[in-house]
Design a protein around this ligand. Structure first.
Ligand code: IPM
Ligand code: MN
Length: 355
């Protein structure tokens, strides 16, 4: 297959982890006879430094023209401590999501047999967890207007807004995911308090009869926050709005043992995008110590969701599992054993794929 992949390494550890994913993707292409062209583009703080815009038009054009986007991370501490900064790297991320129409962020949570003992949660609670969040990604309080301050600057406000259309397309995707999995869909909302949540619930209730094989549960977000770590095996597919999804998916990463392991896919109207759920981890930037596995697993999701190539996707997740079993891992999960460098983990994965 011919594939055009846009590479957006971004900030912090982004470039290092993307490098490893690229090595792995090239190895898979060699093994399965694919022809891949990579086109690199700037985004985030790096792009602000170079051209004053965190998501330049040239980058957007490259994304639109590609079959898939592999994305590293965005963020730089020099902006975190400056609430008055006019342009922020995160704006680039949000603009990219909006302009590419990436309305669904797929964030799976599963346990790795060789890491279960490293989770702060009890083994019997988490072993065998297999759930997936579909987080709405282009609406809600992240984009709602009006937002800002009153004239005196003494009040600030954000607006949470959802249309039926936005909820419906995400919910339908949730029903379809559930149909291919264990047929349980949980709608996570705050319908006892929020008008937007009541529209979510109403919309999901209206659609449910069209998917009679899927059992639907409605749960309040605060209860899910608790039950998710108490009994994660109770869940299969969870759909939720942008902000709730942001918070709950960070929480869910604890089940897997490390943020450094969690991939994601963003799907929607145009080119699909694949990225680790962790951030730019500036403290580790340039040190060759960051965990590349979340990005490598995001590349596996790319083969599955962008190209429908399951064997290629499995080839990647198999070698990632092997690296965890054999302890070829970075310091965040080395647990007293030898800590490998980011690039060493990448090289090792390549050798296993081609070996
Ligand atoms: C994420 C991140 C982003 C978000 C930030 C960096 C804007 O936390 O992808 O989850 O809140 O969506
Ligand atoms: Mn987040």
């Amino acid at each position: 297959m011919e594939m055009n992949i846009a590479l957006l390494p971004g900030d912090g550890i982004g470039p290092e982890v993307i490098d490893q994913a690229v090595k792995v993707v090239k190895a898979v292409a060699q093994k399965f006879n694919h022809n891949i062209t990579f086109t690199e583009a700037i985004v985030g703080a790096t792009a602000i430094d170079q051209v004053g815009n965190p998501y330049p038009d040239a980058t957007h054009d490259i994304c639109v023209q590609s079959d898939a986007v592999l994305f590293g991370a965005i963020g730089d501490p020099k902006y975190d401590n400056d609430p008055k900064a006019k342009v922020r790297p995160e704006q680039g991320l949000l603009e990219m999501r909006k302009k590419l129409g990436l309305f669904a962020n797929v964030r799976p949570t599963f346990t790795f047999p060789s890491l279960v003992h490293k989770s702060p949660l009890k083994r019997d609670r988490i072993e065998g967890t297999d759930l997936v969040f579909l987080r709405e990604l282009t609406g809600g309080v992240y984009f709602g207007e009006p937002r800002g301050r009153n004239e005196q600057g003494t009040k600030a406000f954000d607006t949470n807004v959802y249309s039926v259309e936005e909820i419906e397309r995400l919910a339908r995707m949730g029903f379809e995911f559930a149909q291919k999995r264990r047929k349980l869909l949980t709608c996570v909302d705050k319908a006892n308090v929020m008008a937007t949540s009541r529209l979510w619930r109403e919309t999901v209730q209206r659609l449910a009869p069209e998917y009679p094989d899927v059992k639907v549960e409605y749960e309040f977000v605060d209860a899910v926050a608790m039950r998710l770590i108490q009994w994660p095996k109770a869940y299969d597919v969870l759909i939720t709005e942008n902000l709730f999804g942001d918070i709950l998916t960070d929480e869910a990463s604890v089940i897997s043992g490390s943020m450094g392991l969690m991939p994601s896919a963003s799907l929607g109207l145009t080119t699909k995008l694949f990225e680790p759920i962790h951030g730019s981890y500036p403290q580790a930037s340039g040190k060759d110590i960051a965990n590349p596995l979340a990005t490598v697993l995001s590349a596996a999701m790319m083969f599955e969701y962008a190209f429908g190539l399951m064997d290629e996707a499995n080839a990647i997740s198999d070698v990632v599992n092997l690296s965890l079993e054999q302890g070829v891992v970075t310091e965040d999960i080395a647990d007293g054993g030898k800590a490998y460098k980011t690039s060493e983990v990448g090289d090792w994965l390549v050798k296993q794929i081609l070996g």
